[in-house]
Design a protein around this ligand. Structure first.
Ligand SMILES: Nc1ncnc2c1ncn2[C@@H]1O[C@H](COP(=O)(O)OP(=O)(O)OP(=O)(O)O)[C@@H](O)[C@H]1O
Ligand SMILES: [Mg+2]
Length: 160
């Protein structure tokens, strides 16, 4: 288990953090996103998508009504949003286990609505601190999650 936290002072900074995360991903991974409405989960996902090489002209929108959107980058990106999900059986219908992990990168907004989705993951919790200020907490579990967090920390620290 590994932890990290940092402050983001703008949507652009959160997006950039996501972009670095997307850039350091080399293998299938599971990224669980938590935080209130409007915290910045989709904003972070948009950065991850860009870092993963999803083309710039593809709009990354929250899959609130479809549960999952698929994008093609260096690896496939499965963008889930569980906000409207009430029944865990729906996850099964969706075949969600196949994505956790699957061939690509699963990014799951509102992941804490369902515990125990996957044994190795990087959880990112975004906390509202003010109009534009957010504190972003990272919690890595398992080898894949920890490796990803280490790679992100290195990339983030190098940019400064
Ligand atoms: N530091 C910041 N990081 C991220 N977003 C920020 C920040 N400051 C302001 N914002 C704004 O907060 C909003 C975040 O919206 P976003 O859709 O990413 O949130 P969300 O967590 O996905 O919400 P939802 O739970 O509704 O899916 C955007 O309007 C963004 O411009
Ligand atoms: Mg969202």
């Amino acid at each position: 288990m590994a932890e990290w936290k940092l402050d983001s002072a703008s949507a652009e900074e959160t997006w950039r953090l996501g972009m670095y995360l997307g850039q350091v991903i080399t293998d299938p991974a599971v990224i669980l996103l938590n935080g209130d409405l409007g915290a910045g989960k989709t904003c972070l996902t948009q950065g991850i998508a860009r870092g993963l090489g999803v083309p710039e002209d593809e709009a990354i929108t929250s899959p609130t009504y479809t549960l999952m959107n698929l994008y093609q980058g260096r690896l496939p990106l499965y963008h889930f949003d569980l906000y409207r999900l009430v029944d865990p059986d729906e996850l099964e219908e969706l075949g969600m286990e196949e994505y956790l992990p699957g061939e690509g990168v699963a990014v799951v907004e509102w992941a804490d609505r369902f515990e125990g989705l996957c044994p190795s993951y990087l959880e990112i919790r975004i906390c509202h601190r003010g109009l534009d200020l957010r504190t972003i907490h990272f919690h890595a579990v398992g080898t894949t999650g920890r490796n990803l967090l280490e790679a992100l920390q290195a990339a983030w620290q190098q940019q400064r």
